[in-house]
Design a protein around this ligand. Structure first.
Ligand SMILES: Nc1ncnc2c1ncn2[C@@H]1O[C@H](COP(=O)(O)OP(=O)(O)OP(=O)(O)O)[C@@H](O)[C@H]1O
Length: 288
């Protein structure tokens, strides 16, 4: 059975001062991918390329095994996107925006839209351009999800959103994912969202994917280890990511491999501690 919902191969785009790609990755059905990376690393550019808002120089995008270009209309029906597209409509009220957007989607669910407006206390009379940053984000999120897409693409959905609504968004994304037939890609700077929502982490740096891993593998393999002795062989070991000499601490990205090596070197582990995702991210995102 093909479990790939989205497949991206050899995607690239040259700008005057920035080169995006080449980028390759897959999104499996039923997974949430967190796209992380410093400002300007290319997260929004990737989304714009996926959505054909920007045209790629090279590359192939496959959606449910079909070339995304062949059935562009079907792709757009199946994808929900929240990420600053609505800024082009500052003089239109939220109600008018919803009418306009609902018109395009075969599966628009007006009851769901009403439910979300109430849940996030949206005043539909407001002109979009007059809304606060957080309210715009909530409206973008609502309008991305009410046509029951197969793939949700969220560009920093909770940035500027109040704490209670951030929690609601997380709940709504979890509910969206619940039946296991959909996927989400979320670009985020929030450790909380990465920790509680994502299955896979993809790290972009300077337009390229520099790390891609399963979150469960991080919990299993990354650790802080205190050792009885700090020999050169540990310091230079391929799975040693960082060394704190004073306290004889090592950060490893593969505890089983490190343990094996320590046993052969006759070095004792005095204490082991698992790492939080936020701590690991510091190591995954390259320093400029
Ligand atoms: N249309 C364009 N013309 C020229 N350069 C562009 C264009 N679109 C994006 N870029 C460049 O691509 C780079 C990546 O920008 P992008 O918005 O994708 O970063 P990001 O990872 O989403 O950043 P942030 O976390 O700040 O939102 C930037 O250097 C930007 O100037």
């Amino acid at each position: 059975m093909n479990t790939s919902l989205l497949s991206v191969e050899g995607l690239s785009k040259d700008f005057k001062y920035f080169t995006f790609g080449t980028v390759d990755f897959h999104v499996e059905i039923g997974t949430v991918v967190a796209l992380i990376g410093e400002n300007g690393s290319g997260k929004s550019t990737l989304f714009r390329l996926l959505l054909n808002i920007l045209h790629a120089d090279e590359g192939k995008i496959t959606f449910f095994g079909e070339d995304r270009q062949v059935d562009d209309a079907q792709f757009k029906q199946s994808v929900g996107y929240a990420g600053n597209l609505l800024d082009a409509f500052p003089y239109i009220s939220i109600k008018e925006l919803s009418h306009m957007i609902s018109y395009w989607y075969d599966n628009w669910n007006e009851d769901r839209y009403r439910y979300f407006c109430e849940r996030y206390a949206i005043d539909e009379r407001m002109k979009f351009g007059r809304c606060s940053t957080g309210i715009k984000k909530k409206v973008e999120f609502i309008l991305s999800i009410c046509h029951n897409p197969k793939l949700l693409i969220l560009d920093e959905p909770s940035s500027g959103v109040d704490i209670k609504s951030q929690r609601k968004m997380k709940e709504d994304i979890i509910e969206f994912m619940e039946d296991g037939t959909r996927s989400t890609i979320i670009a985020t700077h929030s450790v909380d969202e990465i920790t509680h929502l994502s299955d896979i982490l993809i790290v972009l740096h300077d337009g390229k994917i520099v790390n891609s891993m399963n979150k469960d593998d991080i919990y299993e393999n990354w650790a802080r280890v205190w050792v009885s002795d700090l020999k050169e062989s540990i310091i230079n070991h391929t799975n040693t990511v960082d060394v704190m000499y004073d306290s004889k601490q090592i950060i490893t990205n593969h505890l089983p491999n490190l343990e094996q090596m320590l046993t052969t070197e006759n070095i004792t582990i005095t204490h082991t501690q698992s790492l939080k995702i936020g701590e690991v991210i510091d190591y995954l995102i390259p320093q400029n």
